[in-house]
Design a protein around this ligand. Structure first.
Ligand code: GDP
Length: 296
């Protein structure tokens, strides 16, 4: 990472929380992400089509919440393995009919290892064979004790299908987020993490970056792992072209010279020359490490 100055307390502003949804396959991660999006993302233009760019910003009671839209813990673990910590709150979805399954346990372990606050969404409570109490019993074995049983884990009963319990879930996310006192400094060059990247036929390399700190603007020189470039254009999660993006904003960035990898850090640097130099240095370093590895 390029060195950055430490923030002064007075430069810090509250920022929205970033939430990841994890859980066993078919327990409803995608349905829940879609339901929250439908209920809490107002598309600005009539007939506006929301874009799936890997993350989206929802709004509840005038407060923003960012959801990483790549369900499953692959993304979560891939990012963590590369040292990227983007999630502030993890929602673990457990289907009320199925109960705790192997991937539920895996998800819990990942979240605990990352030391991220957890909210349990007990989903599919609309089903006749739903048994939310059994889910609570099962999770007690993993030291996740609901508040009404004297513990401190937040449980919310939801149905992604019927859109039940979504408001409570959003309230709980905001509550947990307030306790974390999340802050960022919007008045400095941006720092972010790539959540998704692809090569687009028409647009070239496109990276969805979650801006975590500072502000990024069109024209900024950027470095991202060993690749670099200049921000040619940015598109938000509603498909709008934007000129700048601040903390906790997911944004598609065009202008990198290659396809980034999820988990890569993106950083705005002073100019193109610096971006290129850092890229070369990192490439050399990477080659060195690989040579050493192959020599062993
Ligand atoms: P994922 O694999 O965790 O992303 O799960 P999906 O969101 O794809 O959901 C798996 C299946 O469960 C789909 O057939 C959904 O329609 C269904 N499903 C998801 N949420 C609910 C719910 O709240 N109630 C009911 N009855 N079915 C649901």
């Amino acid at each position: 990472l390029v060195e950055t100055e430490e923030d002064k307390e007075e430069d810090l502003r509250p920022r929205p929380p970033v939430v990841t949804i994890l859980g066993h396959v078919d327990h409803g991660k995608t349905s829940l992400l879609d339901a929250i999006r439908e209920a809490n993302v107002t598309s600005q233009e009539a007939g506006g089509i929301t874009q799936h760019i890997g993350a989206y910003q929802a709004e509840y009671n005038d407060k923003k919440i960012v959801f990483l839209d790549t369900p499953g813990h692959e993304a979560f673990t891939a990012m963590r393995a590369r040292g990227a910590q983007v999630t502030d709150i993890a929602i673990v979805v457990v289907a009320a009919d199925d109960g705790v399954m192997p991937q539920t346990v895996e998800a819990i372990n990942h979240v605990k290892a990352a030391d991220v606050p957890i909210i349990i969404a007990v989903n599919k409570i609309d089903k006749p064979n739903a048994n939310p109490d059994r889910v609570k019993q099962q999770l007690a074995e993993y030291e996740l004790i609901p508040e009404d049983w004297g513990g401190d884990t937040v449980f919310v009963d939801v149905s992604a299908l019927k859109h039940t319990g979504l408001d409570t879930l959003m309230e709980m996310i905001l509550l947990v987020s307030e306790m974390a006192e999340l802050k960022a400094n919007p008045d400095k060059p941006a720092l972010g993490t790539v959540v998704e990247a692809k090569l687009d036929k028409g647009r070239g390399p496109v990276a969805t970056v979650l801006i975590q700190d500072g502000t990024i603007e069109v024209g900024d020189s950027i470095i991202c792992g060993t690749i670099y470039g200049k921000v040619r254009a940015m598109v938000d999660d509603r498909g709008n072209r934007i000129e700048k993006a601040g903390p906790a904003t997911p944004v598609e960035i065009l202008g990198l010279n290659d396809v980034a990898e999820a988990g890569d850090m993106l950083q705005v640097v002073t100019d193109d020359k610096m971006a290129r130099q850092i890229s070369e240095k990192r490439s050399d370093k990477r080659r060195e490490v690989e040579l050493k590895k192959s020599a062993k």
